[in-house]
Write a protein that binds this ligand. Sequence first.
Ligand code: RNT
Ligand code: ZN
Length: 422
Amino acid sequence: MSDNQQLKANYDAAKAQYAKHGIDVEQVLAKLHAIKISMHCWQGDDVRGFLNRDQDLTGGISVTGNYPGAARTPEELRADLEKAFSLIPGKHKVNLHAIYADTDDKVEIDRLEPKHYEKWVAWAKEQGLGLDFNPTCFSHEKSRDGLTLSHPDDEIRGFWIRHCQASRRIGAYFGEQLGQTCVTNVWIPDGYKDVPADRLSPRKRLKAALDEVFSEELNPAHNLDAVESKLFGLGSEAFVVGSHEFYMGYGVRNDKLICLDAGHFHPTEVISNKLSSLSLFTSGILLHVSRPMRWDSDHVVVLDDELLEIGRELVRGELLDITHIGLDFFDASINRVAAWVIGTRNTIKALLRAMLEPIEALKQAERDGDYTTRLALTEEFKSYPFGAVWDYYCATQGVPVREEWLAEVKAYEREVLSKRGN
Ligand code: RNT
Ligand code: ZN
């Protein structure tokens, strides 16, 4: 039997096994194919961007590692993204930060306009990709003291308000041009290293600043706003202005998407357990799928229990329609294209795994109080032939099966990345 015949035979056998539990694998794959993952551009160059390249990365986030081959120009970044997407099944989105503008203009970030992103849009159209967006409220001289939208200085705060307003318009331009909604996510680093004297005033300022940021009505078919909370950062260990409670309140009251980043909570707290609650009170959710290790370390996403649980919550709660799935990690100690491929493939795998579970039987067992069956079925399904379905999906999507993609990344490293001399 050829490899292809074997792959198909494995798939057919798996399909029959799942069918016994009423799981229609063909239908599952069609559903999976419709899900877009928003792949973050900033894994490709360690969150440097192309504007203000002289600035260090600030904002209490950090990239460690010095693996060679980081993208230095928009062209290189797009080439790397294309390589990664060629190894990932499905059609997806790219998540841009404002500092990734592709322009020769010396433009201050509160004056950014759609035209500074025209090349990204042309590329996205050509590649059939969607775009998401983020104002960049860090790595700038005006955020050097770690404060932006909550800054007590009216002028500095005004600057960041204008930057976020400009960002929303760029988001709306993406959405309108590409015919798919852009999510523009506001995350700010604001906080204090040590215990504040006044927690209320910065939060009042942030609330008022956000009201200004969001004051312009934009077509929600083109742009949706999201707000991202955090527990702590480097240099904001004692206090973060935009905490989870802050943005829960703000988002629920003002109908904004609430962004849950997997690394932004206490170490034993998980975002999978927040999705069902949030879904009852918001019209939409944004995820930053990440992997915290002891802290908000932004490790590459692996197929661990929390990722599987996120997939289950989205699938079992039928939350995929209201959830925008974005990735957020940055590892400079490994090949950056591989980092994207591993994290994105894993996120898709987690969704597929969740779809290939006997959801109705599990829910019924739970309703009946039969927790024995719930546990037994859950455990037995862990060794069901999920891999055969995944392999078939990759093959039919025209992307490498299993670790075959690694050889392509290694070749790309030899032929392209290693020649960059960084
Ligand atoms: C920082 C947030 C934020 C950033 C990106 C670069 O803690 O997670 O989402 O990682 O905007
Ligand atoms: Zn994030």
